[in-house]
Ligand binder design. Structure first.
Ligand SMILES: CC(C)(COP(=O)(O)OP(=O)(O)OC[C@H]1O[C@@H](n2cnc3c(N)ncnc32)[C@H](O)[C@@H]1OP(=O)(O)O)[C@@H](O)C(=O)NCCC(=O)NCCS
Length: 283
């Protein structure tokens, strides 16, 4: 068995073919592969493949990332797209691959890890990861929401970068993914359809896609009042409101908690208590 970083475009295509089979994707392999090769985020990853006598049968992506805890900065990695071909499962291949990548990162002094698990956490717990407490919720009938609304002031995020960065930096109590100026500009470039609003005491980031208006980031004096204002927008747009942002139990907002079993954050060699990772933190 050989575990290595994909040496060329053919091996990257083979890695994507493993994920295509592993996830039972219905779309044609060619379009699935082309889409994945064009995603700018993936160009920042190291693509790992595991080859046996049967060829490349397991793969994952390893993104270099930095963690923040207060003013402290720690180098680490994010694991994504972990996959083993269905014909080669239950032989410890994915475990070996994950361990090899973590060991490789450790020799570079970057042994802090994050992933968003799509399988029951026991698999990654065995590899040293711990679950981060995380919420996910939905408001299906935003028109019925009651209570005071905050004012949402549309902003140009580049012009307001100073305010956004300052609010973000001070808005986290536990572990988070800090953004320097380059990180902010990349976030804006990678997510050109997100919209940004100044709100009392902070800012709001929205993503409108697939019939859902997502509160992607929120820092505010009164987060509940901002959620109600977002519900007004969603009611006009005909969207449901979804979010990973923990806003407690806002009065007058009939929310439903949902499972995070496809996106459960887990960390390795880092404190999960109070950690906060946003949807946009992938990766
Ligand atoms: C999850 C996955 C990568 C495991 O690959 P693998 O090479 O069989 O993994 P290993 O042999 O190292 O470990 C197998 C263990 O993983 C766990 N596991 C595998 N699939 C699982 C699932 N869907 N839910 C929960 N646990 C699972 C089991 O504990 C299993 O133990 P077992 O072999 O005793 O039954 C593979 O099943 C896969 O590609 N799944 C589809 C893609 C996916 O969901 N990837 C995870 C992204 S976070």
């Amino acid at each position: 068995m050989d575990i290595r970083i994909a040496a060329n475009e053919d091996e990257r295509r083979a890695a994507i073919a493993v994920a295509h089979a592993a996830n039972g994707v219905r779309s044609p392999l060619a379009t699935y592969t082309a889409l994945r090769l064009a995603i700018s985020l993936r160009r920042r990853a190291r693509w790992w493949v595991l080859e046996t006598g049967g060829g490349i049968v397991a793969s994952l992506l390893d993104y270099p990332i930095v963690f923040g805890l207060g003013a402290q900065r720690m180098h680490g990695f994010g694991l994504g797209s972990v996959a083993t071909h269905p014909g080669h499962r239950h032989q410890g291949l994915a475990s070996r691959l994950c361990t090899t990548v973590a060991d490789a990162r450790a020799t570079e002094g970057a042994d802090h890890g994050l992933l968003f698990s799509a399988v029951a956490p026991a698999f990654y717990e065995r590899l040293g990861y711990r679950v981060v407490e995380a919420v996910q919720w939905r408001v299906s009938e935003p028109a019925s929401v009651q209570g005071p609304r905050a004012e949402l002031l549309p902003i140009d995020p580049v012009a307001e970068l100073g305010m956004l960065a300052e609010t973000y930096e001070h808005g986290h109590a536990g572990l988070f993914r800090p953004r320097d100026e380059g990180g902010w500009l990349r976030t804006l470039e990678d997510n050109p359809v997100d919209t940004w609003f100044a709100v009392p005491g902070g800012y709001l980031r929205l993503n409108d896609a697939d019939g859902e208006l997502e509160i992607a980031e929120l820092f505010a004096e009164d987060p509940s009042a901002v959620v109600r204002a977002v519900c007004d927008l969603a009611a006009v747009l005909g969207r449901t409101v979804v979010s990973w942002v923990d806003v407690g139990e806002p009065d007058g907002v009939p929310r439903v908690a949902e499972s995070r079993d496809k996106t459960l954050p887990m960390v390795r060699n880092l404190p999960p208590e109070g950690a906060r990772f946003w949807g946009a933190d992938y990766f």
